[in-house]
Design a protein around this ligand. Sequence first.
Ligand SMILES: [Zn+2]
Length: 422
Amino acid sequence: MERLTIIKCGKLYDGIHDELQENMQILIRSGKIEEVTGSTEVPEGAEVIDLSHLTVTPGMIDAHVHMDYRDWHRIREEVYQTSEEMKTLAVLNCAQKALAHGFTSVRHMGNINAFGYGVVDVRNAINQGMFHGARIICAPLSLCTAGSHGDASQSYAGNFRVSAVLQNMKPACGCGSDFFVNAVREQVKYGADFIKIMATGGFFTPNDTPLQKQMNDDELEAVIRTAHELGTTVTAHVYAPEMMQTMLKMGIDGCEHGSLMDEETAAMFEEKGAYLVPTFCPYDEAVHYDPEKLKDKQPEFRAKLELYKDRLTEGRKVIVNSQIKLGYGTDFVANHQNYESGWEYDAWMRSGMDPFRILKAATKTNAEILGIDSFTGTIEKGKNADIAAWGRDLLTDSGALLDCAFVMKDGIVYQTESGSDL
Ligand SMILES: [Zn+2]
């Protein structure tokens, strides 16, 4: 049976115009947006959802989540204290919570803890209507080399037998261009929507540095070429500017973090049209230097944040002042739960980012990055009715995206949940 719904919006950000339009209404027919109008007419038989006290936006999108663990406080223990099945259930839990927080789509950036493809099954189960939850676009396993940021066994390098066993459990960890050609093909075979690589070291891993080059040029080139041959895209975990430049020249589609950005590299992003998902929040205590808050961090993570704080601060400025195509992503593995995606809004606002640029990143641009912009990311005729609404002022209140007041995905309304303490 055909369903007709009218949403009355107090204010409307449609993902296209940098403005909040007043007194608009959205007509939805069987899960699709049919009309966005200033008219107040209600067609016969239409159900009216009155959001005239709220700001209505497209359903938000988080372009950088890791969904395969339950609680970030125990993220390292969960690697082997929980089964693959439990890790898969954690993915489902994250997708359901993300939806309840107003995020109708998320991009899974490689497992942190799981060694298999449970995220693909959860993605498919949600798409088939078996469970409700945010729509998932996924790279199940990130491709990486031994001892790299993507090799979780790095933390156990002090016991090489244990570490070797763990390293061998991860199928996409290896060496040489042939290995990586095959690894890309395997990821696609088992259901990857895109390819994620670990190009440099990281902040959260104990024994490497964010400047360390962890894949060589042959390996990088093999991944990017093979992914493009198969019609998919590649993004990289990367901090070092030289490494970003190398990959941009090879035609990589986008990068994650990029936190040590410099002017020259930013200009190359702009010229190539490649996107960056800068994930500000995890480095915030270093950028807005707060030694008290840094004390709570896990020791190796804290030491690196201290060491790189000036470069992180400089890189943040370069990113904010650039014209790079920015996506909104959180990467919460060490400071918030993986579905509390609204925290990143606060980090962008406090870095001086224009709120409309953040909103566009989290909607229209992210839909493009995820490859789902043909049917979501904006509120306009023909798109799926993925819609969220917020009670707090998105233009002035940096915590506004933590308090979702209404969420609809594909025209169906779901229960919201608020986790804000900001
Ligand atoms: Zn990440």
